[in-house]
Design a protein around this ligand. Sequence first.
Ligand code: AP5
Length: 193
Amino acid sequence: MRLILLGPPGAGKGTQAQRLVSDHQLVQLSTGDMLRAAVSSGTEIGKTAGAIMARGELVPDLLVIALIAEKLADADVAKGFILDGFPRTVGQAEELDELLASRRIPLDTVIELVVDEGILLDRVRKRAAESGQTARADDTPEALEKRLVVYRTQTVPLTDYYRQKGVLHQVDGMAPIEAVSEAIASHLKSIKA
Ligand code: AP5
């Protein structure tokens, strides 16, 4: 199974991706996690990305596409993966299409977690409180506001992009975590059948 999880910051992409990893033996490809690891280890990519991420803006397309291309070059990863937080611009989606086509890797579905924006600040605040000293630099009200503006302008067009390709499936991300997982599992079962 090869799928994309779409949704605004705090929608539950990471939460659901981790559940899919354990339930379906898929590999989670989270560009946010990859970039945070690069920032922590002080690599050149991390030096470029750190300040951009803290402001709640998107890092350059070329950089994240290179990260994903490297992961998808692994034949085991290509067998089953969840893209979490990638693509998030139409440019990234077009590059991904080319990458997958050139490697003959089919994309099974794009699942959008649909949530009311009003809930997101609470979710992100809760995560920051639970993370304590390891809280993300972008889990502040100011950075979240910026991340939402970026999401609305740059990522929302992907909903139509994938709808037109006939692969979009929307799930109610306002439901409890377990119910969201069940809705995703039932969709995955229906497309496997
Ligand atoms: P990234 O790490 O991708 O962050 P994000 O998209 O903003 O998403 P989050 O991780 O904040 O939220 P989530 O949807 O995963 O929710 P979660 O499951 O954690 O990106 C960070 C930054 O990196 C970007 O701003 C950008 O700078 C850069 N970047 C990354 N990818 C990029 C790309 N492709 N191009 C360019 N730049 C890129 O849940 C959040 C909280 O809510 C948790 O506490 C969870 O327990 C709770 N929760 C989850 N689901 C539910 C539920 N159903 N009910 C109640 N609580 C819930």
